[in-house]
Write a protein that binds this ligand. Structure first.
Ligand code: FAD
Length: 404
């Protein structure tokens, strides 16, 4: 994209991966270490090609996450900072708030627990009267609901594009179609091997999303986790029925698997998405069932954590796969909230693939996970809400990496 002259005395800080996390780290490195060049290396031909460009576009409030966790702290701060960034740079966003709804009596106590958690995390959450629910979302039928006023919407591709422009304007460089193969610290510097060259760097942040554990291993670091790719497939309401949903509606989450459950989200572009589900992807960058990678599959099935995970969540997994293959039970699940919804109101939309770190014991790593090894820092788990939290994540990582 834009060239950068590197002298022996100005070894750059290098970021691997031009998703929203890598770009935010590059921005923060420029701010904290302004006299040193910053270089971003991206294997695809554009920024935001993977998770950042295939998500729900929600600015999360920080409601669900364990109090004190990085997710909770950085999401709450991140949502605020992101909105300020959008205002500063003229990025389209809005903050309509969201409803979390209980469709069965037995879910009502879970709403109480969410209100409690929201308060612990400093999130503005309150009970909604059924009259308010009917006013906000006339087509919904629920037993109870809470409102989170701080939830917003944005297209993260727009945020990534502005971050990239800002990095380049400040004198940094983003080199696309250049894949990093390994990162090797040696004698106080870091040699970044790519499919084209070797870049000698000062500090390196590896923000490679779906490839992050693989790049860590190739660089001699034991990440202690494996990335298992989970595809999230969306359906959308056909335009003639899009008025069934006006804003953002989420069911009460399962605390172990908060990303499951059929969400109804009217995006910043006005399109109403239903989903996503969560099915194992047969390739790390597999956006359809037909995309199969033998290498990715072999790595997943030979990992003990995959089998332990399957034992733990096999039933839920089978339901999700059934939902994906037939498409029918998605409408059925959504009808619990929206009784007027017909299967013919939905059509298939796009998909995203989540990079979820899984421990050897089959546990889904819940919090963000960063691992520093000398002059290199590997981002090993940055699932949702990492897009919301990108700006404070960038600052956190840059500070950590530049510390002696
Ligand atoms: C279905 C879905 C819905 C989501 N919804 C939301 C939401 O509403 N709100 C929210 O906050 N979060 C959401 N998320 C999560 C959010 O999208 C991610 O947390 C965030 O995009 C992670 O950014 P990243 O930069 O770490 O990863 P990515 O965007 O995946 O970027 C990683 C980059 O690294 C590059 N790369 C990989 N390997 C190499 C290599 N060897 N050399 C060079 N480059 C490399 C890749 O090409 C890619 O561009 C969602 C995620 C999914 C999948």
């Amino acid at each position: 994209m834009v060239g950068l002259v590197l002298t022996a005395h100005a070894r750059p800080n290098v970021v691997v991966g031009a998703g929203i996390v890598g770009l935010a780290v590059a921005k923060a490195l420029q701010e904290l270490d302004p006299d040193r060049p910053t270089l971003v290396l991206e294997k695809e031909s554009r920024v935001a090609a993977h998770q950042t460009g295939h998500n729900s576009g929600v600015i999360h409030s920080g409601l669900y996450y364990a109090p004190g966790s990085l997710k909770a702290r950085l999401a709450v701060r991140g949502a605020q900072q992101l909105q300020e960034y959008c205002i500063e740079w003229g990025i389209r966003f809005d903050v309509p708030g969201k409803l979390v709804v209980a469709t069965r009596e037995e879910e009502l106590p879970k709403l109480e627990q969410l209100v409690e958690r929201g308060h612990q995390n400093g999130v503005p959450v309150r009970h909604a009267q059924l009259g308010e629910v009917a006013e906000r979302e006339p087509a919904l039928r629920v037993k109870g609901a809470i409102v989170v006023d701080s939830t917003g919407r944005v297209d993260y591709r727009d945020v990534a594009a502005v971050l990239a422009k800002q990095i380049v304007t400040r004198g940094g460089a983003i080199r696309s179609t250049e894949a990093v193969t390994s990162v090797e610290p040696r004698n106080g510097e870091v040699r970044v091997h790519t499919d084209r060259e070797v870049v000698v760097a000062h500090r390196v942040a590896v923000c490679a999303g779906l490839q992050s554990d693989r790049l860590a291993r190739a660089s001699g670091v034991d990440p202690g986790v494996r990335i298992l790719p989970f595809r999230g497939e969306y359906s959308e309401l056909v335009p003639a029925r899009a008025d069934l949903v006006r804003g953002l509606v989420y069911p009460v989450p399962d605390p172990d698997l908060p990303f499951l459950g059929v969400h109804l989200t009217r995006g910043i572009d006005g399109v109403v998405h239903v989903g996503p589900n969560a099915v194992p992807a047969l390739a790390r960058e597999g956006y359809r069932w037909s995309r199969v990678s033998v290498r990715d599959l072999a790595e997943a099935v030979t990992y003990p954590g995959s089998w332990r995970l399957a034992r733990r969540y096999g039933k839920v997994g089978a339901q999700e796969i059934g939902r994906s293959l037939t498409g029918r039970s998605l409408a059925k699940a959504a009808r619990e909230m929206l009784p007027d919804l017909r299967a013919s109101d939905l059509r298939r939309a796009g998909a995203g693939v989540r990079a979820q770190a899984v421990a050897r014991d089959g546990r889904l790593v819940d919090d963000f996970l960063f691992q520093r090894a000398g002059s290199v820092l590997h981002v090993l788990n940055a699932p949702s809400p990492a897009a919301t939290a990108c700006l404070p994540i960038g600052e956190y990582i840059a500070k950590e990496l530049l510390a002696p």
